[in-house]
Design a protein around this ligand. Structure first.
Ligand SMILES: C[S@@+](CC[C@H](N)C(=O)[O-])C[C@H]1O[C@@H](n2cnc3c(N)ncnc32)[C@H](O)[C@@H]1O
Length: 389
C-alpha cells in the first residue's frame, strides 16, 4: 500500500482494507475466490457482477475483496476479447464451425443466433478460465507461503552453513519481529533500532551462529536486540540482560515481553553472574579498562556451563582507515554519552590468548561493517568437560 493510498484511506480504512484482503486467505480459499470472481466477471450478468461476486463469496465463506477484484477481468482492455471469444466458442458448439471474422460472417447469422452463441460461449469460457485462474492463484500462493515459511534454524542440520537464501529469510523474519516488538516504543528508540538492525552486521552474525539453547545472558544489552535474536532462534530459553541505561532497559522489557526474560539496570562489572549457556557482550567491553575486561571475561567463563559459548564484539585494532574511523567514532560516542570515560581498545590477539589460557576454543572473525566500521567478533566455546576433570 502506497503512502498516498494510506493517507487517502485513513488509518481506519486501511485497517479495514487490510483485514478484508487477508480474511480467509489460505491458498485454496484464495484460489476459490479468484475462480468465483472470474466466473462471475465472464458470465454476462452485466450491472450486478460486483454484487453477485461479493454475495456469493460471503455465502461460500471466501475472500470477498479477492472475488470482487477478479470480476475486473471484464475490464475495457479484455472485454472485447472475452465477447469475441464467447461468440466464436458458442458458434463452434452450436454449428460445428467458427464464425467468420468479417462483416459478411456476422451478417450470415441472425441476432438471436449470435446472442445464443454469446451466452453459451460465455458459460463455456467461464468454465475454462475460472478454474485455470484459480489453479494459477493456488500455485502462486502455495509457492509464496513455502517461501515465507522458509528454512528455520531447527530445520538446518547441525553445523550446516547458512546459505545466502536462508540468511535472507532469517534477516527478514528478524526485522519483522523487531518492527512488531518495538512498535510501541517511543519514536526515538524505535527509529534507533530500525536503523541499527539495517546498518549493523552483528545481526547477520547472530542469525547465522548456532546460539544453542539454555540460559542466555547479554551484558550491556542496550535495547535487547541480541537477546531477541537468541529468543527467535530458540524460543522459550531463559533470557537475562544487564545495562546501566534505564531507558533502554525499559524499552527492551516491553519488546521482550512474553519471553522468559529478566532485564535489570545493573553494572556488568559487579553484577552477579548466573550459570549460562550463552553470554553476549556486544560493543561493551571497551567501557571497562584492561583489567576490568579481563576480570569480566574470567567471570563469564566461570559462569558458562560446559559446552556454553561466549560471543563478544570489540572494535578492530589492526592498522587501516576503517580501524581509525571505528576508534574515532567510539571516542565520539563516549563523549556524546558523557560517560566521562575513554574507550579501552585492546588488540584481538590479547583476547584470544587470554581466553585460550582459560581453556576455551576461540574463533575470531574480522568483520567489515557498514558505515564503514570494522569489528572483531569472538566466539569462544567452553569445553564440554574440563580437561582436568
Ligand atoms: C554501544 S552500546 C551496545 C548495546 C548493545 N550491546 C547493542 O549491541 O545494541 C553499549 C551499552 O553498554 C552499556 N554499558 C556501558 N557500560 C556498562 C556497564 N558498566 N554496565 C552495564 N552496562 C554498561 C551502555 O549503557 C550501552 O547501552
Amino acid at each position: 500500500m502506497s503512502r498516498v493510498g494510506s493517507r487517502l484511506l485513513g488509518t481506519a480504512g486501511l485497517v479495514r482494507l487490510r483485514s478484508l484482503l487477508s480474511e480467509r486467505l489460505s491458498p485454496f480459499q484464495a484460489a476459490a475466490a479468484v475462480a468465483l470472481g472470474l466466473a462471475v466477471g465472464i458470465i454476462p450478468v452485466y450491472g450486478i457482477q460486483a454484487i453477485a461476486a461479493v454475495t456469493l463469496a460471503s455465502a461460500l465463506r471466501l475472500n470477498r475483496a479477492l472475488a470482487l477484484a477478479a470480476t475486473f477481468i471484464n475490464n475495457p482492455m479484455l472485454q472485447p476479447f472475452l465477447v469475441l471469444g464467447a461468440v466464436e466458442l458458442g458458434h463452434l458448439v452450436l454449428h460445428g464451425h467458427w464464425m467468420a471474422l468479417s462483416p459478411a460472417g456476422f451478417a450470415a447469422g441472425d441476432l438471436k443466433d449470435h446472442l445464443a452463441a454469446f451466452i453459451l460461449g460465455s458459460l463455456l469460457l467461464a468454465a475454462v478460465l475460472a478454474p485455470a485462474g484459480g489453479a494459477a492463484t493456488y500455485v502462486a500462493l502455495s509457492w509464496r507461503a513455502r517461501r515465507q515459511a522458509g528454512p528455520t534454524h531447527s530445520a538446518l542440520a547441525p553445523g550446516s552453513p547458512v546459505t545466502p537464501a536462508t540468511l535472507t529469510v532469517l534477516r527478514r523474519r528478524f526485522r519483522e519481529a523487531v518492527a512488531r516488538r518495538y512498535a510501541s516504543a517511543p519514536l526515538r528508540d524505535r527509529s534507533f533500532v530500525w536503523w541499527k538492525v539495517r546498518l549493523d552486521r552483528i545481526f547477520d552474525t547472530l542469525l547465522q551462529e548456532d546460539l544453542g539453547d539454555g540460559p542466555a545472558v547479554d551484558l550491556g544489552c542496550g535495547y535487547g536486540l541480541a537477546l531477541l535474536a537468541g529468543h527467535l532462534q530458540t524460543p522459550g530459553r531463559v533470557l537475562r540482560g544487564y545495562d546501566l541505561d534505564a531507558r533502554r532497559i525499559a524499552v527492551a522489557r516491553q519488546a521482550l515481553d512474553g519471553s522468559d526474560c529478566r532485564l535489570s539496570v545493573a553494572d556488568i562489572a559487579t553484577v552477579e553472574m548466573e550459570p549460562a549457556r550463552l553470554v553476549l557482550i556486544v560493543d561493551v567491553l571497551q567501557y571497562l579498562d584492561g583489567d576490568g575486561q579481563r576480570a569480566l571475561l574470567a567471570r563469564c567463563v566461570e559462569a558458562l556451563e560446559p559446552g556454553g559459548r561466549l560471543l563478544f564484539r570489540v572494535p578492530e585494532t589492526r592498522r587501516g582507515g576503517r580501524t581509525l574511523l571505528t576508534r574515532w567514532l567510539d571516542l565520539l560516542l563516549f563523549r556524546v554519552t558523557a560517560t566521562g570515560l575513554s574507550p579501552t581498545h585492546l588488540p584481538a590477539t590479547g583476547y584470544r590468548q587470554w581466553l585460550e589460557t582459560l581453556g576455551l576454543t576461540v574463533r575470531e572473525s574480522h568483520v567489515d561493517n557498514r558505515l564503514p566500521l570494522s569489528h572483531v567478533v569472538f566466539v569462544a566455546t567452553k569445553p564440554e568437560r574440563r580437561p582436568d576433570a
